[in-house]
Design a protein around this ligand. Structure first.
Ligand code: B3K
Ligand code: ZN
Length: 876
């Protein structure tokens, strides 16, 4: 593929007025007639040809104003249709006929089949696999869709917008027609047809319009869509209350399908979901599954305004809709659940996924300026860092101005395809604040490093915080400018009471936020009567790495007294990290591992603190992961040493806290019927965390086995199974539990995915053999992305010792799998390949194995653009 540059953007020469598509469905030969009405844009070159995008297409017919076009007037190739001699200004109609093969579409882009159902995925560039089209997000038009198909096989025929009508024909065929009055880009087009069950409900909007809600699932799974429906209604209500956004069609539909490349897709009025993010019941879904469903249902629904009503001018602007919509779904979940606990989970995720991306070969700005394959830019940087940037705008402006800025953005740009600059301008206009420097967050890649040092002057009653910022070099960007970093700060006295400065010099400061804008800056807090203990970057106000040398005693104080519970968790993490890093080094050097007393005490105090919500305590007890430790170590990493060191620390915490954990395990029960609410989920999380520590303290599988046998919900069952499989992999208890679980859930693919994943993440050198054996299990289907992710993906992303075993077999296995997956589904292959992004931080022998495996991929004769792009950037 060639390189696409933001600087080359220009509007199309032709304006698309209307789209009218007719699909005659057939599993292997679907006929698509696309009637498109265009006119040449005012001021455009009167001789310019119309160039339409295609991808693996063959042209079967082309009419110009209803008459067949002469072959000399156009050129058709699989990836483009060029039409010459078109009218200078008057509108004209093209009718393009293509015949496509949904059954053979293993890329799952365009129109494909999943379990006998027709389904589409068009973002980013899948529509061009259906018909020749100006397939770019700044071409908006209303669509009319007619679907014709076998009546028995397709009782359900759906597309975007409102239903116009339908009927059956005598010959066993039927048609359905849909009209979407909201002009939209092609990436939001969707079609679904097949035999599906449905759950129905209604929602009355704030202006009292009744909207029909339908969730389509495979027959027999209707009951498992209840939670998704509930989450949808709550999302609709929340968007009205929080952002004043009302739904705008008569019907909103969700379809759950089993073969899908990502989580879900926000097609106008017809969201298509990976069934993993729709289906849930207590027997089969964990609390995490429920939380994911709630968040993703909300995310796709929120796109109706942030993405659909206002869309992206070009794909460089992807964060315009994704960063903003993630921010909106984060806020929604925070309102539905516990705000600090949600924030902790977000930051954990950001640090474990986005920070490594930003610090490795695949680093790119939130708003990139160049790409080779847009599918590779649906990244955690665009999504999660993009969300953090939106959050910082909200922090800079404050709640009310942020709301005003959003309102202005909606008013000003409704119905348009716009840029990040347009978005930022709305906030500048309502606040009068110049966001030029702030906008570097969109343009400069890399996680800024802020170094802080404090000095207290008792005589002057002032505290000075010296701050420095550094943005590391990233691919293509070596010289970085200083950023505008909003740091939420609080000061506490030795007894834990908050200290309020009378004034702050040397930096803009307000609402507890200090604005770091220079490379190096000194802020002096006046009127501080005693040595303060400082809490910096509360609630993670900026997505940075912070180096601030604080004594264990100060951290322990913050862990107890910070009013921001996120910051308490941060203090506990800061206490844990030195112990975990030292443990990894000591384990590598064959020295005994010793967990610091301050850390263990603070952790156990938090665990036992009844004033804290259980979900928070569970987060506190979940120590930084092995990959967190690897990231903090920074280089020359030995996954075995990290694992051994961390396990030794866990053991010491468990031994010291045995009685705390035993009493938590007994008390944190959730009597009565299962409920997925946040409070109950928090109790389960804390109880299961206690169970994990007890498995170290007791060092026998008995308690986990009893928990497995007693479990009445999937959260408890999975936790018990994980402990048995990971802590006692060779025990008869583990073997029995794995086989019981398998037999109980055989045939339920989403649950069998959990069974695959739990085994793929068993630490140690035997993991690869296990994975290879599981790939022969009849329930493992190479064509299904969920299966591949559950087994191959989870192994590569989530098993540092098994995947990263010293002889390099894990990396060689991945190279073979990537090449195999790539022949069917390049997007899936490219995504899983990003598991290699931190290979340069490995110790030299493993790094060399990894480099060779990557080189083997790079040298393969026929690579997709997707995999080629990732492998070349990873090796660079
Ligand atoms: N917008 C889609 C992602 C499309 C990915 C295309 N490769 C889902 C979402 O972010 O809501
Ligand atoms: Zn999205």
């Amino acid at each position: 593929g060639q390189v696409i540059n933001l600087a080359d953007y220009r509007p199309t020469d032709f304006v698309l007025e209307r789209v009218d598509l007719t699909f005659e469905l057939d599993p292997t030969a679907t006929k698509v007639d696309a009637r498109l009405i265009f006119h040449r844009r005012k001021g455009a070159d009167p001789k310019a040809p119309l160039v339409l995008d295609g991808d693996e297409l063959a042209l079967s017919g082309l009419l110009f104003d209803q008459t067949e076009m002469k072959a000399s007037q156009y050129t058709a190739t699989p990836d483009s249709l060029t039409i010459r001699n078109l009218p200078k200004s008057k509108p004209f109609e093209l009718t393009i006929t293509t015949i496509i093969n949904p059954e053979a579409n293993t890329k799952l882009m365009g129109l494909y089949r999943t379990n006998g159902v027709y389904c589409t995925q068009c973002e980013a560039e899948g529509f061009r696999r259906i018909t020749y089209f100006p397939d770019r997000p700044d071409v908006l038009a209303p669509y009319t869709i007619t679907i014709i198909g076998d009546k028995a096989a397709n009782p359900v025929m759906l597309s975007n917008g409102n239903f116009l009508g339908g009927a059956g024909y005598d010959e066993g065929r039927a048609f359905a027609a849909w009209f979407d009055p909201h002009p939209k880009p092609s990436y939001l087009f969707a079609l679904v047809a097949g035999d599906l069950g449905v759950v129905e409900d209604t929602f009355v909007t704030m202006s009292e319009r009744e909207v029909t809600l339908k969730i389509y699932v495979e027959h027999g799974k209707e009951a498992r869509a209840a939670y998704a429906m509930d989450a949808l209604k709550r999302s609709m209500k929340w968007d009205e209350e929080r952002f004043g956004r009302e739904y705008d069609l008569d019907i909103f539909m969700i379809v759950a399908v089993s073969d899908f490349n990502m989580g879900a897709m926000e097609n106008k009025g017809l969201n298509v979901f990976n069934d993993k993010y729709v289906l849930a019941d207590p027997e089969t879904a964990t609390d995490q599954d429920y939380a994911n469903i709630e968040a993703i249902i909300a995310h796709e629904y929120f796109h109706n305004w942030t993405g659909n009503r206002i869309t992206c001018r070009d794909w460089f602007q992807l964060c315009l809709k994704e960063g903003l919509t993630v921010y909106r779904d984060h806020e929604f979940s925070a309102d539905m659940r516990s705000r600090p606990v949600k924030r902790i989970a977000e930051v954990r995720h950001l640090k474990s996924e986005q920070f490594p991306e930003d610090g490795g070969p695949l680093a790119h700005p939130v708003r990139p300026t160049t790409y080779r394959e847009i599918n590779n830019f649906y990244t955690t940087t665009v999504y999660e860092k993009g969300s953090e940037v939106t959050r910082m705008i909200a922090t800079l402006l404050g709640k009310d101005l942020f709301k005003k800025g959003m309102d202005l953005y909606f008013d000003r740009h409704d119905g348009q395809a716009v840029t990040i600059e347009d978005f930022v301008k709305s906030f500048e206009d309502v606040s009068g604040r110049d966001l030029t420097q702030f906008s570097l967050w969109y343009h400069q890649a890399g996680t800024p490093l802020v170094t802080a040092a404090g000095a207290y002057d008792a005589a002057a009653k002032s505290f000075t915080l010296a701050l420095e910022q550094m943005v590391p070099a990233t691919p293509g960007q070596t010289d970085k400018k200083p950023m505008h970093i909003p740091l939420s700060i609080a000061l506490f006295a030795e007894d834990g009471t908050p200290l309020e400065p009378s004034s702050v010099d040397g930096a803009e400061y307000g609402d507890n936020v200090l604005h770091l804008t220079e490379r190096s800056q000194k802020a002096t807090f006046k009127g501080i009567g005693s040595r303060p203990i400082v809490s910096i970057n509360r609630s993670f106000s900026a997505p940075i790495n912070l180096h601030f040398d604080q004594s264990p005693a100060d951290l322990a104080l913050l862990a107890r007294h910070e009013t921001d519970h996120f910051a308490r968790w941060q203090a506990l993490t800061d206490l844990a990290l030195p112990t975990l890093l030292a443990a990894a080094r000591d384990a590598r050097d064959g020295k005994p591992v010793v967990a610091s007393k301050d850390f263990v005490e603070a952790l156990l105090a938090a665990a036992a603190d009844e004033t804290l919500e259980p979900a928070f305590r569970a987060q506190a007890l979940a120590l930084p992961s092995e990959s967190d430790i690897a990231r903090e170590l920074g280089g020359n990493n030995d996954p075995d040493a990290i694992h051994a060191g961390r396990s030794a620390v866990l053991q010491q915490v468990a031994d010291a806290g045995k009685s705390v954990f035993a009493s938590l395990y007994d008390s944190m029960t959730t009597p009565g019927d299962f409920s997925p609410d946040a409070r109950s989920a928090g109790r389960r999380a804390l109880r299961n965390s206690a169970l994990t520590y007890l498995s170290y303290a007791e060092n026998v599988p008995d308690r986990a086995k009893a928990a497995f046998d007693a479990a009445n919900n999937m959260t408890d069952l999975m936790q018990a199974l994980t402990i048995l499989a990971h802590r006692f992999p060779d025990s008869s208890e583990a073997a029995a539990a794995l086989s019981t679980f398998h037999d109980r859930f055989a045939g339920n693919a989403l649950v069998i995915d959990k069974w695959f994943s739990v085994q793929a993440t068993i630490p140690g050198t035997k993991a690869l053999e296990r994975v290879l054996k599981l790939m022969d299990n009849p329930q493992f289907k190479r064509s299904n992305p969920n299966r591949v992710r559950a087994l191959v993906g989870t192994f590569a992303f989530g098993n540092p010792t098994g995947f990263g075993r010293a002889d390099g077999e894990g990396y060689r296995f991945l190279a073979r799998e990537i090449l195999d997956i790539d022949t069917r589904n390049p997007q899936l292959a490219a995504r899983i390949l990003t598991s290699m992004r931190s290979w340069r931080s490995l110790e030299p022998a493993r790094a060399e194995h990894a480099r060779k495996a990557l080189t083997a991929i790079a040298k393969a004769p026929a690579l997709s653009t997707d995999v080629r792009d990732i492998v070349e950037r990873t090796l660079k």
